[in-house]
Design a protein around this ligand. Structure first.
Ligand code: 3PG
Length: 212
C-alpha cells in the first residue's frame, strides 16, 4: 500500500475540516498536532482551502495534509501544488481518479455501492472512501461488501462521531475514519482551538484504545 495511506492508517482518524479563513490554518494545525492527530483533510469547498493547505504544509512539515471535496483535475493540481499529500472526493469521478493514479497521487474516491468499489479497483486502488457512511448502512454495509473484495480497505466518512467510531476502528478492513466532529465549524469560527485540541485528544485516545 502507498506510504501516505499507511500513515493515514497509523493515525486512524482524519479530521475533515472546512476553513473559511486561511488565518485559522495555523492554530488549527497546532491544535491537531498537540491533540495527537497530525493530519487534516482540508475540503476544497471554500476559497481559503488552497492557501490553508499551503500554510499547513509549509509550516508543519510533519503534518499530513490532504485535500477533500476535490471534484476536478484542476483542483487536484492546485491542491498538490499547495502541498496536499492525498486527494479525497465525495464520489468517484473517473477523470479525477485516473489523473491522480497517472501522477502517483494517493486518491480515495467516495464510493457507496459495489459497482463503484469495483470501478475504483479497476484503477488499481486498494482503498476507497465509503460515503456518506452512516446513511449508507454504516459498518454493517461495509462488512457485507468487504467479503467479496478481499483486497479492499475502507475510509468511512459521514456521520461518524466519538461514539460510533469505535466499532469502525475495530474492524480490520477499515483503513481510517474521516470525520468533522473534533473540528466543527462553530468551534473554528469562535476561535476555540483549545476545545478542538481537547476533542482531538479524545479522538486520538480512542484510536489508541481500539488499535493499541
Ligand atoms: C463532509 O463531507 O463534511 C465529511 O464527510 C464529514 O462528514 P461529517 O461532518 O458527518 O463528519
Amino acid at each position: 500500500m502507498n506510504q501516505i495511506l499507511e500513515k493515514l492508517s497509523e493515525i486512524g482518524i482524519v479530521p475533515v475540516v472546512v476553513l473559511n479563513d486561511a488565518k485559522d490554518a495555523k492554530p488549527l494545525a497546532e491544535a491537531l498536532i498537540k491533540g495527537g492527530l497530525p493530519c487534516a483533510e482540508v475540503t476544497f469547498r471554500t476559497d481559503a482551502a488552497e492557501e490553508s493547505i499551503r500554510i499547513i504544509s509549509e509550516n508543519y512539515p510533519d503534518m499530513l495534509v490532504g485535500a477533500g471535496t476535490v471534484l476536478t483535475t484542476e483542483q487536484v493540481d492546485r491542491a498538490v501544488a499547495a502541498g496536499a499529500k492525498f486527494i479525497v472526493s465525495p464520489g468517484l469521478n473517473p477523470k479525477v481518479v485516473e489523473y491522480c493514479v497517472n501522477k502517483g497521487i494517493p486518491v480515495t474516491p467516495g464510493t457507496a455501492t459495489p459497482s463503484e468499489m469495483e470501478q475504483a479497483m479497476s484503477f488499481g486502488l486498494d482503498v476507497v472512501k465509503f460515503f456518506p457512511a452512516e446513511n449508507n448502512g454504516g459498518l454493517s454495509m461495509i462488512k457485507a461488501v468487504a467479503a467479496p473484495y478481499v483486497g479492499l480497505k475502507f475510509m468511512p466518512t459521514g456521520g461518524i462521531n466519538a461514539t460510533n467510531v469505535r466499532d469502525y476502528l475495530a474492524y480490520d478492513r477499515i483503513l481510517c475514519c474521516g470525520g468533522s466532529w473534533m473540528v466543527k465549524g462553530d468551534l473554528i469560527k469562535a476561535g476555540d482551538f483549545a476545545k478542538i485540541e481537547e476533542l482531538t485528544r479524545e479522538a486520538a485516545a480512542i484510536v489508541k484504545e481500539i488499535r493499541g
